[in-house]
Design a protein around this ligand. Structure first.
Ligand SMILES: NC(=O)c1ccc[n+]([C@@H]2O[C@H](COP(=O)([O-])OP(=O)(O)OC[C@H]3O[C@@H](n4cnc5c(N)ncnc54)[C@H](O)[C@@H]3O)[C@@H](O)[C@H]2O)c1
Length: 254
């Protein structure tokens, strides 16, 4: 049985993972970490990760960038592999994550769903095929409790597009402060927030007299939760390094 320390255990994603892992006979949550300890779980919850004296084989984190430094410190000092799903990390935190991966296995994905990662693959192929003749815009929609904008996934999609284009594109976030025509060398990125939308990402390729749209809609948080559990199973016995969804998909464990 793989022992999991669940960070952000009392949030929306933490509770979805808690529910899903009840019937999982390969992984078991042995402890939780959350600044909010008002929810009763079947495992002990620590409000300070340093106080957690329960041994774990892997950490799954869906919390907040404010928790990042303490989680990294804990994972590296105790040599516990880390599945990091929290989005909105600062560039300095991403650099720290890369550095930590020299010492422990780290899995990072701004989106743990298989479908979104397939969308990224399709979008890369479309971007290459349409380069120079179609304008690319990304629209993402999320619930009204989401803190970061645009979503980590929208940025990951934009980075994936740039990775295959010869002419790198500039990211333009919304357009309210600009009174000028769109240039050919940009990707527009737009965030919508409202209600309980779990997550929607649409990539628009707009050409002359034709439009192609590639869209993914998440209907429940379970797709991210089950992806994170698979990532934990994949990661816990790996060598130090930085792993992502492509590694997981190629390992055929999904
Ligand atoms: N990678 C993915 O597939 C994916 C999918 C969904 C959400 N997310 C990301 O996961 C994170 C959590 O999402 P959520 O919807 O569950 O949010 P949430 O606000 O419901 O839950 C976050 C939890 O973290 C706790 N927390 C906040 N600050 C903390 C700190 N400093 N120390 C310890 N605990 C702290 C909160 O008390 C809360 O219980 C967000 O960054 C979100 O964007 C990633």
């Amino acid at each position: 049985m793989i022992k999991v320390l669940l960070s952000g255990c009392n949030g929306r994603m933490g509770q979805t993972i808690t529910r899903l892992s009840v019937n999982n006979n390969e992984l078991k949550i042995v402890a939780g970490f959350d600044i909010n300890d008002s929810i009763k779980n079947d495992y002990p919850v620590f409000t300070n990760i340093e106080d957690c004296n329960i041994e774990a084989d892997v950490i799954i984190d869906f919390s907040n960038p404010n928790a990042f430094e303490s989680i990294i410190k804990y994972a590296v000092s105790r040599k516990v592999p880390l599945v990091l799903a929290t989005t909105g990390l600062a560039p300095s935190q991403r650099a720290l994550l890369n550095k930590a991966s020299e010492q422990i296995p780290v899995f990072f994905a701004a989106n743990m769903s298989y479908g979104v990662n397939l969308l990224i693959d399709l979008v890369k192929r479309a971007s290459k095929a349409l380069e120079g003749s179609f304008d690319i815009e990304i629209i993402e929609k999320h619930h009204n409790q989401k803190l970061d904008a645009p979503s980590g996934t929208a940025l990951e999609i934009a980075n994936a597009i740039n990775s295959v284009l010869d002419q790198k594109q500039e990211y333009i976030y919304d357009r309210h402060s600009r009174r000028e025509k769109r240039s050919k060398n940009e990707i527009g990125i737009h965030a919508v927030r409202g209600g309980t939308i779990v997550g929607e990402h649409t990539v628009i390729f707009a050409g002359n007299d034709e439009i192609i749209e590639i869209k993914h809609t998440a209907m429940s948080r379970e797709i991210f939760a089950s992806g994170a559990l698979r990532a934990a199973k994949f990661l816990y016995d790996k060598k130090p390094g930085l792993y992502n969804m492509t590694d997981l998909i190629e390992s055929n464990t999904i």
